[in-house]
Design a binder for this molecule. Structure first.
Ligand SMILES: [Zn+2]
Length: 234
């Protein structure tokens, strides 16, 4: 099975679903990570180009930690819009990754417009990726992928209908998130608490809710038919 996780910003995938990706990888599946925007506003001191280059390398390092394919889409941070050219760029990334399953942000529940727009675009292109007459650089996918929404930031406003026990994969998730050194500093600057510490709290909370030590939560949207292989995770 091939799984593609798409985040609005560098570190979103690591924060919200890297434990599940690590578990998939450990079970022998293929994993890819795509980042929609370039993270160019995420610094208290560096300019756009400088911080975007740093964030790209940090995200690539996190993907390497997992042995995942990596797609950097480079759309402007805080200004991601659901228009034709952006949809075509998303379609082409999904076609390159050829996923059976796409994990993306929730298009309605999340707080950040780059997250909700990323989720909405994935929803909107789900069928298009397999359509021959919508042309991009890469050929259509052989099938329409399934979609699952990742948890919201700070586990707020999201009632999950699926949990994945990541107790055996929490250390991999921490290592991946720790690759985002610039964000660790930025989060400490903004909140007085780093990303890894925050993530561990949320994973404990979701674990408490489903009866294990650490978990990640998801929403499986209501559409049918669903055809993803039944592998016991999502
Ligand atoms: Zn984000």
């Amino acid at each position: 099975m091939r799984i593609l996780a798409v985040g609005g910003h560098p570190d979103d995938v690591e924060f919200q679903c890297a434990g599940t990706l690590a578990k998939y990888k450990r079970l022998g599946h293929e994993v890819a990570i795509a980042v929609a925007t370039n993270g160019e506003v995420g610094s208290p001191s560096l300019g756009k180009k400088e911080i975007a280059a740093i964030r790209k390398e940090e995200a690539a390092a996190a993907a390497r930690t997992l042995g995942a394919e990596f797609y950097w889409m480079g759309h402007p941070d805080e200004f991601l819009f659901n228009n034709e050219s952006v949809r075509l760029a998303f379609i082409d990334v999904v076609r390159q990754a050829r996923p059976d399953l796409v994990i993306c942000p929730n298009p309605t529940l999340d707080y950040h417009p780059d997250h909700t727009t990323t989720g909405q675009i994935i929803w909107d292109i789900r069928i298009m990726v397999a359509v021959r007459n919508i042309q991009t650089a890469h050929p259509p996918t052989p099938a329409i992928p399934e979609i699952v929404y990742m948890d919201t930031v700070a586990v707020v406003n999201c009632i999950p209908n699926k949990f994945v026990d990541i107790s055996e994969d929490i250390e991999t998730k921490k290592r991946m998130l720790a690759c985002h050194k610039s964000q660790e500093a930025w989060m400490r600057h903004l909140n007085g608490m780093g990303c890894v510490e925050l993530m561990e709290s949320f994973a404990r909370m979701r674990g408490y809710q489903c009866g294990c030590r650490f978990a990640e939560a998801f929403v499986i949207p209501a559409y049918w038919p669903r055809t993803a292989p039944k592998d016991g995770l999502l």
